[in-house]
Write a protein that binds this ligand. Structure first.
Ligand SMILES: Nc1nc2c(c(CN[C@H]3C=C[C@H](O)[C@@H]3O)cn2[C@@H]2O[C@H](COP(=O)(O)O)[C@@H](O)[C@H]2O)c(=O)[nH]1
Length: 369
């Protein structure tokens, strides 16, 4: 090749870079896994049982294969938005709103008296009460997924939110004032930095899942789910709602369009209150006697305290070990932490519906999960 002919490989790389498909700089890291491993290595009240993790990996793999578990399962849920009917940008707005508010649904009331949303002739509780209430609000002409509405202090009031999330029992949805604050902040930030449209947030991440998680944590305090563990200078990052937002986009759009992320496998398990519960029931996550006593007694466990951070971090690390076990036993299968997590959450909900909850989930009230 003569000197003045550029190397075709280099040309291809530069073309991809110009098309935004390739950042010559390495993709960013979220730091979630690093923090989870640190807490796991220093945890005294939560441990992992390796034999149970190996057994869980085999059982999870087998059931996921049998159920053909894949991203498209997300849209199969009757309440999740149908992106063809709703439209792509409206679906992004729905998922953004949903994961802005995707936290703390648990109740100490009985199944009959707990907060519940009636929609399409069914009674929805927990996470599904959130999705049902958003769907119902849109059906009623309330622009609950529009960031302009969130900033309109005349229209979007606490009473308006009480109406959107009205219950068919006399228990209100928990943390309503905090949910309003999340909407207000998100509306403000979208106005200031993303032309009022969460689609621009996705574009700004330039195809990187970790990049989008980091943008959410940088620009929105209500997504900045990070905490100091026992005085460690560097906060431990869980970023649960930021991560599940990316995962919901990826699953809903089946890895294409607004769901296309080249580094999607960097997303970890989402440190909530359900997956730790099923990991414990499978023998993977083990609690110290005082922690086990507190959880069984349904005592509130403070947000940001050592017990809670150990529960959340060891769950993330546990799912990572299960993921590695599956990858080792079945090279080439594309099972990432997202699919394992989604599967475990759905399985835990099936166990709950069948009355098979042996040990309760831990009770922490916060906006983080
Ligand atoms: N780790 C993890 N946490 C998840 C979910 C989901 C729902 N994801 C749907 C999307 C795809 C999946 O197939 C699911 O169908 C909600 N949560 C969290 O759980 C809690 C709600 O519990 P309960 O009150 O009992 O409904 C609350 O912190 C909520 O943020 C998940 O998938 N993983």
């Amino acid at each position: 090749m003569s000197d003045d002919e550029a190397d075709p490989e280099l040309l291809a790389l530069l073309r991809q870079h110009l098309q935004g498909k390739l950042t010559l700089a390495d993709d960013p890291e979220t730091g979630v896994l690093e923090g989870a491993e640190y807490v796991y290595d220093n945890a005294t009240d939560v441990a992992l049982d390796m034999r149970s993790c190996k057994n869980a990996a085999a059982a999870i793999y087998e059931q996921m294969q049998r159920k053909q578990y894949k991203p498209a399962a997300w849209s199969a849920h009757e309440l999740h938005p149908d992106r063809a009917a709703l439209g792509e940008q409206a679906t992004v707005a729905f998922i953004f709103t949903m994961d802005l508010l995707n936290f703390s649904f648990w109740s100490e009331r009985s199944e009959a008296d707990r907060f519940a949303v009636e929609y399409r002739g069914k009674r929805w509780t927990g996470y599904w009460s959130l999705v049902a209430a958003l769907r119902r609000a849109l059906d009623e002409g309330i622009p609950i997924t529009d960031s302009h509405f969130w900033q309109d202090e005349e229209a979007c009031t606490l009473d308006a939110l009480k109406q959107v999330f009205r219950s068919c029992t006399d228990e209100e949805m928990p943390l309503l004032a905090e949910r309003l604050a999340c909407l207000r902040e998100a509306g403000q930030v979208l106005y200031q930095k993303y032309q009022c449209n969460p689609v621009n947030l996705i574009e700004a991440a330039n195809g990187s899942a970790a990049g989008l998680v980091n943008l959410l944590a940088r620009d929105f305090s209500c997504f900045r789910d990070e905490h100091v563990f026992e005085g460690r200078r560097k906060p431990v990052r869980f970023l649960k709602r930021a991560q599940i937002l990316v995962a919901d986009l990826w699953a809903c759009f089946e890895g294409e369009g607004y769901g296309e992320f080249r580094d999607i496998d960097k997303i970890t398990m989402f440190a909530d209150y359900r997956v730790p519960q099923i990991l414990n029931s499978m023998g993977c996550l083990i609690y110290s006697p005082p922690l086990e006593t507190a959880i069984r007694a349904k005592r509130e466990i403070p947000s940001g305290g050592s017990w809670e951070l150990q529960l959340r971090a060891c769950s993330i690390w546990c799912v990572e070990l299960i993921r590695r076990e599956i990858a080792k036993a079945h090279p080439g299968t594309h099972i990432n932490a997202i699919l394992i997590d989604f599967f475990l959450y759905d399985t835990m909900k099936e166990m709950e519906a069948a009355g098979k909850e042996t040990v309760p989930h831990h009770r922490t009230r916060s906006i983080w999960y």
